[in-house]
Design a protein around this ligand. Structure first.
Ligand code: SF4
Ligand code: SF4
Length: 168
């Protein structure tokens, strides 16, 4: 299966292999401290094997568990002098991984959290208390019903159930 994603310019799309080829492995997106990818601080990566190239250059990119470390901050896209957008590929790889049932368990938990409440973060009693202290309205999980219907209608919920079954 060829992975093709939209690119920075309208009507431009590249395969992962093409993107990996236009990436010159200059390392700028990962080694300029304070401005580059924060995942690079992980000991597993270094100047010779940067996080971005670990994602773009893997043998089975969608099967690489490291694609789930990216937090979609867009720093790599902004700093790359050659207009390569590693983030777009990482996002496309995650979509491909999801289709293969390879979603990371932490991400699976986040997806379930969003579907059940409409919020990406747990709605804790302390958050509710803090909102009250600040004079903010209580959070209402009103979007959950609608999200649930969308997830069922699009087959997303069925796919999630299959993945959960397979992951045990
Ligand atoms: S994505 Fe851009 S900045 Fe990062 S290594 Fe490739 S060419 Fe360099
Ligand atoms: S978007 Fe992902 S890959 Fe790019 S700098 Fe942020 S964490 Fe790193």
């Amino acid at each position: 299966m060829i992975l093709r994603v939209d690119y920075l310019e309208p009507d431009v799309s590249l395969t992962l292999r093409e993107a990996a080829e236009i990436c010159l492995m200059c390392g700028v997106c990962c080694v300029v401290r304070g401005h580059a990818c924060h995942v690079q601080y992980d000991d597993r990566f270094g100047p010779r094997q940067t996080y971005v190239y670990d994602c773009l250059g893997a043998e089975d990119p969608a099967g690489n568990p490291n694609i789930w470390l990216c937090v979609s901050c867009h720093k790599c896209e902004e700093i790359c002098p050659y207009e390569v957008s590693p983030l777009r590929f990482i996002e496309a790889l995650r979509a491909q991984a999801f289709q293969r049932g390879l979603i990371h368990p932490v991400m699976l938990g986040e997806v379930e959290q969003v579907l059940s409440t409409g919020y990406a973060f747990p709605l804790t009693p302390s958050a509710a208390r803090r909102r009250e202290e600040l004079g903010l309205e209580p959070i209402r999980a009103e979007a959950a019903d609608e999200l649930g219907r969308i997830a069922e209608a699009t087959g997303f919920a069925r796919k999630l159930r299959k993945i959960k079954e397979a992951q045990g």
